[in-house]
Design a protein around this ligand. Structure first.
Ligand code: SF4
Length: 467
């Protein structure tokens, strides 16, 4: 029976094949990601980006290395500020806690700020099953929700959609044909969302950072919806991955420019919200209650493992923008919440090697993600490690294991090495002369469908090297 879990019900190859058939995606994703990468380069031109990245790495490494100590301070300060702190070991517990807060408030409508953590715990279907109306208020997430779709990029959820598709979706909601004009379309969405802000009982957000020394949730948005969701409804709930803690308020001086610059090339995100508790007596606005739900869901288990560094991630999306695989197949091919290099690392770690173990194969290991990551996560090493773990667990397909064993055998003996080099040279020379329709029937057909087959250099006896 289908569970609706694309990760376990389909393979990466099937999902990628489906996405590669979408001509708009093949053009739009590289264009948008090129634009984002150029914006990053312009943003930091003339600045010592390497020094800033190193500072970012140190701050995140310190936060994660002493995670429990910083979380304890954060909880103490949040509580002192009047915030109710909850702990969720996994997605089910997080859903239960948030559903309980919503039910306890007798809430019928919830407005949400874009949050990958709430995607990770599949919060919306759980609240909707309780009869609660959930409205995503980031424009991209709103479109995704109306379409029953999923975001395909960490910070640009509808990178895969055309303006025409957005127009059709909003026209359906409007009950009339809207013009194909960005200002008109956003104007319509703004009106619809404004009603939701004014009538919602609960606002739910993620947390870009939880700042320990002041007991503050930092929330970054470019559309102002974060401020509406966290100040207009009676109750604000923030779902924070436990790794998002920062020790000190001054750490924002490094993390804000890094996150905004690496993600969108901005100097700083348009709205920087520092939320330090519910409305106090005499204050004109703000929620009556503020809750922070600290989400583990597999994070603590990574501490002390070779994968601890992935917890430094600030979800900027820069690694997706430069990944040659993501740029072709988009985010949906990865089958779960996170796509691109960060998704190929997080998914097998959070969902297990059985479900997500093939994703680290979806990489050329070119290292572009390492070079761009604003907090210097060694994604390429982590992908390598996960490939090895999968092989050690006996989860690699039989064909792949046999090929690796044969390769290892051949290159462990001089004679077999020379023979394999000659076979490679002859084989690729022969393939390069075959018509494409015949190449398609060979084992190299999948590769040759979208790329040229490289020619193996000819081995010269006595040289010791192929050349
Ligand atoms: S791994 Fe690095 S580049 Fe990728 S989303 Fe996280 S912080 Fe950004």
């Amino acid at each position: 029976m289908s569970t609706g879990d694309r990760l376990t019900e389909t393979t990466f190859a099937q999902r990628a094949h489906e996405q590669l058939g979408k001509s708009f995606l093949r053009t739009a994703v590289p264009k948008a990601t090129d634009h984002a990468f150029s914006a990053l380069q312009s943003r930091f031109a003339g600045h010592d980006y390497e020094a800033l990245r190193e500072l970012g790495r140190q701050i995140r490494a310190e936060a994660v290395a002493n995670l429990d100590a910083h979380l304890a301070v954060l909880e103490e300060r949040l509580t002192a500020n009047g915030v109710t702190v909850h702990h969720a070991r996994d997605a089910a517990e997080a859903r239960r806690i948030i559903a309980g807060i919503v039910k306890g408030a007798d809430a019928r409508k919830v407005v949400k700020v874009k949050s990958m953590a709430t995607e990770e715990i599949a919060l919306n279907p759980a609240l909707e099953a309780d009869g609660v109306e959930v409205v995503e208020t980031d424009l991209g997430e709103y479109i995704v929700q109306l379409d029953g779709d999923r975001p395909s990029h960490v910070i640009a959820p509808i990178i895969h959609k055309t303006r025409g598709e957005v127009r059709q979706t909003l026209s359906r909601v409007a009950g009339r044909e809207l013009p194909n004009d960005a200002a008109e379309l956003t104007g319509f969405a703004r009106g619809a969302l404004r009603d939701a802000f004014m009538t919602a009982d609960v606002g739910i957000s993620g947390a870009n950072f939880g700042i320990a020394d002041s007991g503050t949730v930092c929330l970054l948005t470019n559309e102002g919806n974060g401020r509406m969701c966290t100040s207009l409804p009676r109750i604000h709930v923030s779902l924070m991955g436990i790794e998002r803690v920062l020790p000190r308020t001054e750490d924002l001086a490094v993390m804000l420019p890094l996150l905004a610059g690496a993600g969108t090339g901005q100097l700083i995100t348009t709205y920087v919200n520092l939320l330090s508790g519910p409305r106090r007596p005499g204050e004109p606005d703000g929620p009556e209650q503020m809750h922070v739900v600290m989400l583990d869901n597999g994070r603590r288990a990574l501490l002390g493992t070779p994968y601890q560094d992935v917890l430094h991630c600030i979800r900027c999306g820069a690694c997706q923008n430069v990944c040659p695989v993501y740029r072709q197949v988009g985010g949906h091919a990865y089958g779960w919440v996170y796509g691109g290099p960060i998704g190929a690392v997080l998914t097998p770690l959070f969902r297990g090697l059985g479900a997500g173990g093939e994703l680290p194969q979806a990489s050329t290991l070119c290292g572009a993600c390492d070079d761009v990551c604003p907090v210097k996560i060694p994604l390429h090493d982590l992908l390598h490690g996960l490939r090895a773990d999968r092989a050690d667990a006996g989860l690699a397909p039989r064909r792949e294991r046999i090929a690796a064993q044969l390769w290892s055998l051949a290159w462990s003996h001089p004679l077999l090495y020379r023979v394999s080099a000659r076979v490679g040279w002859l084989g690729t020379a022969a393939l390069s002369r075959l018509p494409a329709r015949l190449v398609a029937r060979t084992p190299a057909g999948g590769w040759a469908a979208s790329r040229e087959i490289p020619r193996v250099a000819r081995y010269r006896a006595g040289s010791g090297e192929p050349r």
